[in-house]
Design a protein around this ligand. Structure first.
Ligand SMILES: [Zn+2]
Length: 234
């Protein structure tokens, strides 16, 4: 399998653990302090991404309420917006609404479309309900680039932001919705939150990725990235 740039949630737990282990209780001279903070900075600089599995005790246990079904989504790449009601009158998904959302979520590069996991749309509606019905910006939906590890490739992930809402608030709310099997990643430099449904049977996962737009600045080389693909991925 080849691993290209632009993947979400490639993890580097080791570097974070390393960074943590640098604090020592004993007093230090200012010179030593200086040196160690420099070291810490360097190490932190290297840790472009870190993540962890989520234990069951931290997941939602209460059943999810049904969202309003209202969806107003603007695709930044396509410069298109869609405003639909997700549910038909009989309470089932409205096929036309799903179709227009799938179209909105299409791959920006190839224009390929997929039937996106509708649970993602329900999550999107819950998020929209929570933040006052504000229009949600879609940064990336389905991505037609062969990468079995990316939930985007499986039409089961979205990168989103809401103008006027901090991504940390957005992430915090998204996390309350996870009853198991969701991946949620924070991208502070690119300013979006990634939300996905994992492959069946995979545990929930959380991460922060400090790589910038384009996602090419994560780690130095292919080999390190390739190694990390063993971790739960996006
Ligand atoms: Zn993503």
């Amino acid at each position: 399998m080849t691993v290209g740039p632009g993947l979400d949630g490639v993890v580097g737990e080791a570097s974070v653990a390393e960074a943590r282990s640098t604090s020592k209780p004993k007093a230090r001279t200012s010179k030593a302090k200086k040196r160690s903070s420099k070291k810490r900075r360097r190490r932190r600089g290297r840790a472009k991404s870190s993540g962890h599995k989520v234990g069951k005790s931290k997941l939602r246990t209460a059943p999810l309420e049904r969202p309003s079904g209202e969806l107003w989504v603007f695709s930044e790449n396509l410069q298109e917006e869609v405003k639909v009601q997700l549910y038909a009158e009989d309470g089932e998904f409205d096929d036309a609404a799903l179709a227009s959302l799938d179209h909105e979520f299409r791959c920006k590069r190839t224009k390929e479309e997929r039937a996106v996991d509708p649970r993602l749309y329900e999550m999107l509606s819950r998020i929209q309900d929570e933040f006052g019905g504000k229009r949600i910006h879609l940064v990336s939906g389905f991505r037609f680039q062969r990468n079995e590890g990316s939930r985007h490739y499986h039409a089961s992930a979205m990168d989103i932001r809401i103008p006027g809402v901090s991504i940390r608030k957005l992430r915090a709310f998204a996390e309350t919705l996870d009853g198991g099997g969701m991946g949620i990643g924070l991208y502070p430099r690119s300013n979006f939150v990634h939300v996905d449904f994992r492959a069946p049977g995979e545990p929930s996962y959380r991460w922060i990725d400090y790589s910038g737009p384009g996602g090419k600045s994560r780690g130095k080389g292919r080999s390190r990235r390739a190694k990390r693909r063993k971790s739960p991925n996006t």
